[in-house]
Design a protein around this ligand. Structure first.
Ligand code: C5P
Ligand code: MG
Length: 230
């Protein structure tokens, strides 16, 4: 919702200036009205949550939501919801997920964008996204925003494999063959995204081995300093 209003306001500003009468007096102050609207519209506060399969992204997102009240958008959950709803993209998404590959960016971003535009909040915790440089660049172009914070849950491969095989959520991709493919895709495609945000000074690397509480102790101070989410 935040984005649609902002774009609409910019269009109004450029296409409809103030109207003056023939004595030079302003009889319609279009710009003033819409400038105020833009200035008061909140900029989105975006956190990306990265990490391999089973690194604990979803579990920690639930803790962040509980403590800081951000809106949690899991790219994987949105894609699974699309499969379940038998939508036009459902079969492409299902075969991609079974292969442990990455769904085309336009599909995933369309789902994220719909959630962001229809939700009252402007503070988002986007989990499992961007999965590759193409995801990242497409998000910047389509949504027109960059993340404020990027969390990376760093977990050794053997620990991730153990957790995924133990979680029993009935997912089509939680089997050893697909996990191996997902780990390869993670190393090849998600690492460059992690390095990109590290170079930009936006990356917070979390040691993802330990109890839920121990891990959340590392996460909490990162959000606690942000005035925007208090
Ligand atoms: O994040 P999660 O483990 O739920 O993702 C499951 C699968 O969904 C990924 O392995 C991938 O196939 C797909 N996915 C994607 N693009 C994203 C997030 C998830 O293609 N940004
Ligand atoms: Mg998840």
């Amino acid at each position: 919702m935040w984005r649609r209003v902002a774009l609409h306001s910019q269009l109004m500003l450029s296409s409809k200036p103030s109207i003056f009468n023939n004595q030079g007096a302003c009889i319609f102050k279009f710009c003033e009205t819409f400038k105020t609207e833009i200035a008061t519209k909140e900029k989105p506060f975006i956190t990306f949550v990265l990490g391999g399969p089973g690194s604990g992204k979803g579990t920690q997102c639930a803790r962040i939501v509980e403590t800081f009240g951000l809106t949690h958008l899991s790219a994987g959950d949105l894609l699974r919801r699309e499969i379940a709803s038998n939508s036009a993209d459902g079969s492409t998404i299902l075969s991609t997920i079974k292969e442990g590959k990455i769904v085309p960016s336009e599909i995933t971003i369309k789902l994220l964008q719909k959630e962001m535009e229809t939700c009252d909040s402007s503070k988002f915790l986007i989990d499992g996204f961007p999965r590759c440089e193409e995801n990242r660049i497409a998000f910047e172009q389509i949504i027109g925003a960059e993340p404020n914070i990027v969390l990376f849950f760093d977990c050794p491969e053997e620990e991730m494999v153990k957790r995924v095989l133990n979680r029993n959520q009935g997912r089509v991709d939680d089997n050893i063959d697909t996990i191996k493919k997902r780990l390869k895709v993670f190393e090849a495609l998600n690492r460059p995204v992690i390095n990109y945000y590290s170079d930009k000074g936006k990356l917070y690397k979390i040691n993802a081995v330990g109890t839920e509480d121990e891990i959340f102790k590392q996460v909490h101070p990162i959000f606690a300093v942000y005035e925007a989410i208090k």
